[in-house]
Design a protein around this ligand. Structure first.
Ligand SMILES: C[S@@+](CC[C@H](N)C(=O)[O-])C[C@H]1O[C@@H](n2cnc3c(N)ncnc32)[C@H](O)[C@@H]1O
Length: 284
């Protein structure tokens, strides 16, 4: 199976090679023109929005493939791809144009093995399918993951299995993040590392609303209480409202004894352009 390749982006889209398939899907921040139109040729599938955020996958090479998966065409229901660090991931396209992994996390996730204390106890909030923490599991860390989507946690479990990683010492929690952290604070639980990929907007298992504009500070305050004295935090955000300077100011105020570093997550394309994909804050 071939490795993941981000080929190019432009005109609000990106083109990627995901294992055996070349796929084009939305990428709103790529407002420029494609840098290398040749790289867009011969794609298998294109995601087109129909209503609001939703859409369908359209077979490009062979229109008869239209029905190859229930969402549209050009690819199977699911397949696999490898990231640069050698981890195998399940790809499962959905009708929002997502594919079951957020590949921008692969830019920094392998390096977290050197950031967190070796074999520390890690908490990953809003884990989705584990793009930002499976490297840690592979390196032997005990990771508690929390997410409100059973589909995401099923894929997380599947990804552990694909990489022959034992579930021993790994905790998977299907719950609203806020409810989980309130309970952990009450229990005086402590973690050596907290990862948090905060969505701009999300819902808990019972419809509880997470709205980054209102809830980010509350979330960080709770993380602070759950952190062991030498503990470290990795926060990623994809909301344009939170600029690097805003993030630096908020985090430096909340964690005055720790070093705060903010950087932009850049996903390099083979065409040469670096695709901006959110901000990474390291507190430790
Ligand atoms: C943008 S994804 C996170 C991406 C992920 N960290 C990765 O690296 O692949 C947002 C995730 O947050 C979850 N989520 C949203 N609101 C939530 C809430 N209130 N409690 C728990 N999980 C929530 C969603 O189910 C989804 O899996």
């Amino acid at each position: 199976m071939s490795k993941y390749r981000l080929l190019d982006c432009g005109n609000g889209q990106k083109v990627e090679i995901l294992g055996d398939y070349k796929v084009i899907r939305p990428c709103p921040q790529a407002i420029w023109k494609p840098f290398n139109p040749k790289l867009w040729e011969d794609a298998d599938s294109l995601f087109e929005r129909t209503t609001g955020e939703k859409g369908t996958w359209k077979a490009l090479k062979n229109p008869d493939n239209q029905k190859r998966n229930k969402l549209g065409g050009g690819t199977p229901e699911n397949w696999e791809v490898k990231s640069d660090s050698g981890i195998t991931w399940r790809i499962r396209p959905n009708d929002f144009g997502n594919i079951g992994v957020f590949t921008e996390h692969w830019q920094y996730a392998p390096s977290l093995v050197n950031f967190f204390d070796k074999k520390g106890k890690i908490l990953n909030l809003f884990c989705y399918t584990g793009s930002n923490n499976i490297d840690l599991v592979k390196a032997g860390y005990k990771v508690t993951v929390v997410d409100s989507s059973s589909v995401a946690l099923d894929d997380y479990t599947h990804n552990l299995g694909l990489n022959r990683l034992s579930r021993d010492g790994q905790r998977l929690i299907l719950e609203d993040v806020h409810k989980f952290i309130v309970r952990e604070v009450r229990r005086k639980a402590q973690y050596d590392g907290i990862i948090c990929d905060a969505p701009s907007f999300g819902r808990g298992t019972k419809g509880e609303v997470f709205n980054i504009e209102e809830d980010l500070i509350k979330l960080l305050e709770a993380c602070k209480e759950l952190l062991s004295p030498k503990g470290k935090v990795v926060l990623t955000l994809h909301s344009p409202r939170f600029t690097p300077r805003i993030l630096e100011t908020v985090c430096a105020q909340l964690f005055p004894k720790k070093k705060v570093e903010v950087s932009e997550i850049l996903n390099p394309c083979e065409s040469g352009v670096k695709l901006p994909s959110g901000f990474l804050v390291k507190i430790g």
